[in-house]
Write a protein of this length. Structure first.
Length: 289
């Protein structure tokens, strides 16, 4: 039988075509079959290479080239060339400190330049009727029953105790309204139910907080404005804002707030004053500049 004579280039190609690691079952079986046909499974011999085995050699070469191409694609998928403007996926861009500073500045400016809150409804005035509150002292005088005259202090629950009537709610009512109510209720007990109610001592309290020089409670027994209450608390401190003052008041069981600008008052401009009521809270905001 005539043997096939291999050239030196074919011998070098055969040496390079050593068995590759297993990648998949179908590919490995195909390569193993071709390797067996080509004589690579047994010791190297020139007798193994026959012209009929060239198709198997081509199959092995193609499999090796395809595996190298797939590995190269995986590598370049995670690493792009700088000329393409692509970056490694694991690389993260660090935020610029200037951008962070700009965001903080914008937040402070927007927070300080928010629109002012609208005025509260039914604001009190210098002649606004006083409403009774816990702690007020009332003097009651009866027309023909002087033995019923008395002076009482409204308790914390807003009530007082009266003969024949027992506990009566007084807080939250105007003095004149409370007087009319007592006269009507005493009609079934007295021949002359006329009764006069006078406010002996009505001290109001307002809380001044925030950036005031002397924050705390301010008491008053006559009409007082927000500007006067703040001056009683030592005025606005160096870090406070006279143009951003919040006045909080409870109206019909709901806490409501309005924004007041006292800068015109400090500069001597004529404005309509805002009066406080008992239980109000004044908060002086911080100045941004």
């Amino acid at each position: 039988m005539k043997r096939f004579q291999s050239s030196p280039s074919e011998l070098a190609l055969a040496v390079e075509l050593s068995p590759t690691p297993k990648r998949s079952s179908a590919r490995v079986s195909s390569n193993e079959n071709c390797s067996t046909k080509a004589g690579l499974a047994r010791p190297f011999s020139l007798d193994a290479f026959h012209p009929s085995h060239l198709s198997c050699l081509a199959t092995i070469l193609y499999s090796k080239y395809r595996a190298m191409t797939q590995d190269r694609r995986k590598i370049w998928h995670h690493r792009r060339l700088p000329n393409n403007g692509m970056v490694h996926p694991k690389r993260e861009a660090s935020p610029s400190p200037w951008l962070f500073t700009l965001l903080v500045f914008v937040t402070l400016v927007v927070g300080g330049c928010q629109s002012p809150l609208p005025p509260l409804p039914n604001p009190p005035g210098p002649r606004t009727a006083v409403r009774l509150s816990p702690g007020d002292v009332l003097k009651l005088s009866f027309a023909e029953e002087s033995d019923l005259d008395q002076t009482q202090k409204i308790r914390r629950d807003g009530t007082i105790s009266l003969p024949y009537l027992g506990q009566v709610m007084a807080a939250g009512k105007r003095v004149i309204d409370f007087q009319h109510e007592l006269t009507r209720r005493y009609e079934q007990y007295l021949d002359n139910p006329e009764v006069v109610v006078m406010l002996e001592n009505g001290i109001g309290t307002v809380i001044v907080s925030g950036f005031a020089n002397k924050p705390g409670a301010v008491t008053f027994d006559r009409p007082m404005t927000v500007y006067q209450a703040i001056m009683e608390a030592g005025g606005v401190s160096d870090y406070g804002s006279a143009s951003n003052i919040h006045l909080t008041r409870i109206i019909n069981g709901v806490q409501r707030t309005e924004t007041i600008n006292l800068r015109p008052s400090i500069h001597g401009e004529p404005i309509y004053p805002t009066y406080v009521q008992d239980g109000d809270v004044i908060y002086i905001s911080r100045s941004l500049f």
